[in-house]
Design a protein around this ligand. Structure first.
Ligand code: GLA
Length: 387
């Protein structure tokens, strides 16, 4: 009997020990499983109407942030960022198939060029020659024209570094494309850092003087694109926005700057301190779609804007070397587009913060010049940082 007792006790101890060890090891393993690995995966995304093959790259960092980028238009199709509890959700609008991008959309997540935003009447004069650009926004030229950089297939190359991963995109915009002078060789490098930042480095060189103004057109909704996610997003009107700009460039009815640099003080354009996007939007005809003149521009990387979303606790900062920032409050979204999660993108469902030179600069001698000369290099860096 005694013997049996000792035997049972020993068996129980052994079982407990095994259970304990198994539990521990299991836990370690499952934690390891959960740990995110920095890297890039590449998959086939489809073919364009002309049969060009297009890929989708998924960049991941060790914190769990992922960014999906296709070499069609350099489009960011998905970007996850942590909320206050550390849950990652997709915070950009877009689609999960190439077909939907090919069917047409308002520049979701795209690289915009050769000239971001508008050039009045699609005309400008450079070195005594008048150039006529494609017009695609009433009488004006918008975002590079009919077939801008958002609709071309870029050559792509993965970048693997110690603490970051990236995608290098290259596109040669031919002399005369959309009416622009000069062969323009463009490189855009997207980098996902270990610090939850999406960095975008732009470079361009030309063989004839030409205007260049490159930007990125993600529509953010920091509550989450997917209402089934952490949020339940009803749009971006509750997001708190700060823009480090004392002045903005007022526009006419066609959204062309008048040339004035106006103080934001005592106007609904003032975001010098955090204000809800929706707080004064009804006072701005059509909603926000304005270029801000960033303070103390000197070409170095500076904090241009911060956005915080109270429900999720997500914060995004925008850093840039550019002099301007287009704040667009998604005014033209109208529910006719259904996004990747099945959500209809209603008015103000996403916002854009496009770092740039000022719209219509080729026709505004008082604005910083956007003309790139042969032998010179266009450079621009912007960082979207999530915390
Ligand atoms: C930019 C423009 C807007 C609009 C959107 C795209 O932000 O400033 O007027 O054209 O792009 O819909």
């Amino acid at each position: 009997m005694k013997k049996y007792f000792y035997f049972s006790a020993a068996a129980l101890c052994l079982t407990l020990l095994m259970f304990f060890l198994g539990g521990c090891c299991g836990k370690v393993n499952s934690n390891q499983g959960k740990e995110s690995k920095m890297g890039i995966t590449k998959s086939f995304f489809g073919k364009t109407e002309t049969g060009q093959a297009v890929d989708l790259y998924t960049l991941s960092n060790s914190k769990g942030m992922t960014v999906k980028i296709t070499n069609y238009g350099g489009i960011v199709t998905s970007l996850t960022a942590p909320d206050k509890k550390g849950n990652f959700n997709d915070v950009v609008l877009g689609f999960d198939t190439l077909e939907k991008y090919l069917a047409g959309h308002p520049y979701f997540g795209a690289i915009v060029g050769r000239y971001g935003n508008r050039i009045a009447k699609g005309r400008f004069t450079l070195n005594g020659v008048e150039y006529k650009l494609a017009t695609n926004n009433g009488e004006n030229h918008l975002h590079g024209g009919i077939n801008g950089f958002d609709k071309v297939v870029w050559q792509s190359e993965e970048i693997h570094k110690k603490n970051e991963v990236g995608l290098r995109l290259h596109y040669l915009s031919k002399d005369g494309e959309e009416g622009y002078p000069g062969n323009l060789s463009v490189v855009v490098i997207y980098t996902l850092t270990g610090n939850n930042e999406l960095k975008i480095d732009y470079e361009a060189e030309t063989d004839k003087a030409t205007p260049v103004n490159l930007t990125h057109h993600s529509y953010f909704n920091l509550e989450g694109e997917d209402p089934g996610g952490s949020g339940g997003s009803n749009g971006i009107l509750g997001h708190l926005l700060t823009i480090h700009a004392d002045r903005f460039t007022p526009v006419d009815n066609g959204l062309i700057p008048t040339g004035e640099l106006k103080n934001v003080q005592d106007t609904p354009m003032d975001f010098l301190t955090p204000r809800a996007i929706g707080e004064r939007i009804s006072l701005v005809e059509g909603g926000y779609d304005h270029n801000y003149v960033l303070n103390n521009w000197d070409g170095s990387l500076k904090l241009a804007a911060s956005v915080s979303e109270p429900v999720s606790g997500r914060i995004m900062e925008v850093w840039t070397t550019e002099p301007g920032l287009q704040f667009y409050s998604g005014n033209f979204l109208d529910g006719t587009i259904t996004g990747k999660s099945g959500k209809k993108y209603e008015k103000h469902y996403g916002f854009c913060l496009e770092t740039q030179h000022f719209p219509d600069s080729p026709n505004k001698p008082n604005f910083p010049s956007t003309i790139l000369e042969p032998g010179k290099k266009y450079t621009h860096t912007t960082v979207y940082r999530f915390r």
